[in-house]
Ligand binder design. Structure first.
Ligand code: GLN
Length: 480
């Protein structure tokens, strides 16, 4: 069977001459070709990616994939939207440039919800991504392609973007590790904007150690992103073995929004118990405004989206190149180029910002965001990190929520608070519910990725999920 190890092992084995970077890339490409018809995890890939001779740098030629909203010079970047059909990035964004500089090998772009708006990767011009654990279910979204690609061993590292949970939720649904660093830690240059005050790039990997290695290359200030932060970058790999003994961790106590069915409740309790057994002390914490996260997020994110997507003015981008009148051209391109969910967001956001409503909706949502941020500041005076489930349920069926936007939005309830507060957050696979993976989320203080990794690695030690994933997905592994 061709070998496709995780990121750290790939780097070590390429370095020690155990196998070549090209050979590994060929194995991954073969895997993509064998499985993509079934999973639809990749939107497009470079069949010649194994040809280049790359083996230097901290990532030593290990392969990676980008979500289809991340620019890399000379590659198709479509955001899974018809309006960007055929669009080639003229430059590399900060994240792709850093991975390339670190010696990683680009393989292709992964499927996503159009413009990253969604929680299921069903709103894609390429069709839905299937969950590798059960192809009748969603891989999550909007970075569902990245999560499915990593879970099915098409690639050891895929980047995703997380505006309201789009790295963490698909990671939980596919049984892999997803990390959204602090807002501003990774350059957003070359990330096609959805909601600029929330968008953040992060990693999907098989384990926490692989994420730590990739993030060390990815984080850091970039003059091309004015919101990127200049603070010193912590070394993350030394955190992997430190454990959590003597630390305090918070568990949000609100009855109104912490309502879980028996299966997810049991898995979450197991995570809490494991951290306690590892020597950390649980503390109940109050986040009184977090229950309003869904309402605040879907006003702020849609408002910013309505402004950001105005750049697709119907002239420069779009499927139609000719029309009788200018108005007809603009109308045709915007109405044929955007899918239904993107149009819904533009309409909602435009409404939330319109004269007479802006105070009642957008400004009120911003005030709520400040209250949520203040709740966190207070809570972090007493705890080192917090835990909360990543999702209320395991992966839902394809089609289950796609015609019911409100139920899709409500499924983001546990990921949104950290997005609104800009905090670093991780999802670690922590158990199964009826044979499907569930994730536990960790939230850390702003800029404290070191604590995030330390806690995530402790949780992972209690649930060595790699074995479970490999056994469950063995039939896929045999397929190539
Ligand atoms: N599911 C959320 C939304 O639809 C979050 C998406 C994201 O993080 N990109 O907006």
């Amino acid at each position: 069977m061709p070998e496709r190890p995780g990121l750290r092992e790939s780097v070590e084995r390429i370095r020690s001459g155990n196998f070549s970077s090209r050979e590994l890339a060929e194995n991954c490409l073969r895997r993509i070709e064998a499985l993509n018809g079934k999973l639809n995890a990749f939107a497009h890939w470079d069949a010649d990616a194994a040809k280049a001779d790359i083996q230097d740098g901290p990532l030593a030629g290990a392969p990676y994939a980008l979500k289809d909203n991340l620019c890399r010079e000379g590659t198709l970047t479509t955001c899974a939207s018809k309006i960007l059909e055929g669009w080639i990035s003229p430059y590399s964004g900060g994240a792709a440039a850093r991975l390339d500089e670190a010696g990683a090998r680009y393989l292709g772009k992964t499927n996503m919800d159009e413009f990253a708006m969604g929680s299921s990767t069903e709103y894609s011009v390429y069709g839905p991504t299937k969950n590798p654990w059960d192809s009748s279910r969603s891989a999550g979204g909007s970075s569902g392609g990245s999560a499915a690609a990593v879970a099915s061993e098409m690639v050891p590292l895929a980047l995703g973007t997380d505006t309201g949970g789009s790295i963490r939720q698909p990671a939980a649904f596919c049984g892999v590790v997803g990390i959204k660093p602090t807002y501003g830690r990774v350059s957003r240059s070359g990330l096609v904007a959805f909601a600029s005050s929330l968008d953040q790039i992060g990693t999907l990997t098989r384990d926490v150690g692989d994420a730590a290695l990739a993030l060390e290359s990815l984080m850091g200030q970039d003059p091309l992103d004015a919101t990127s932060l200049g603070e010193a970058i912590p070394a993350l790999q030394p955190e992997l073995d430190r454990g959590v003994k003597g630390l305090k961790f918070g568990i949000p106590a609100e009855d109104q929004w912490m309502q879980l069915d028996a299966g997810p409740a049991r898995v979450f309790q197991d995570s809490v118990d494991a951290l306690r057994e590892a020597g950390a002390e649980p503390v109940e914490i109050a986040l009184p405004h977090a229950q309003h996260s869904v309402a605040a997020y879907y006003l702020i994110a849609t408002a910013e989206a309505s402004s950001n997507l105005a750049r697709y003015d119907g002239l420069r981008f779009g499927p139609r190149r000719e029309a009788e009148t200018l108005e007809e051209l603009l109308l045709a391109n915007r109405s044929q180029g955007f899918g239904a969910e993107v149009k819904r967001r533009i309409l909602l956001g435009t409404f939330a910002l319109s004269a007479g409503y802006v105070e009642a909706y957008y400004q009120r949502a911003q005030k709520t965001r400040t209250l949520i941020r203040n709740d966190f500041q207070k809570a972090f005076e007493t705890v080192d990190f917090m835990v909360i489930p990543t999702t209320p349920t395991a992966a839902f069926h394809l089609g289950e929520k796609s015609d019911d936007p409100l139920s899709m939005y409500l499924s983001d309830i546990y990921t949104l608070p950290a997005s609104l507060a800009g905090l670093p957050a991780a999802s670690v696979p922590c158990g199964l519910d009826a044979g499907l993976p569930l994730g536990t989320q960790i939230w850390a203080k702003t800029l404290d990725e070191a604590m995030l990794i330390r806690a995530a690695a402790s949780l992972e030690r209690a649930f060595p999920f790699g074995e479970i994933r490999r056994a469950a997905l063995a039939s896929l592994v045999e397929a190539s």
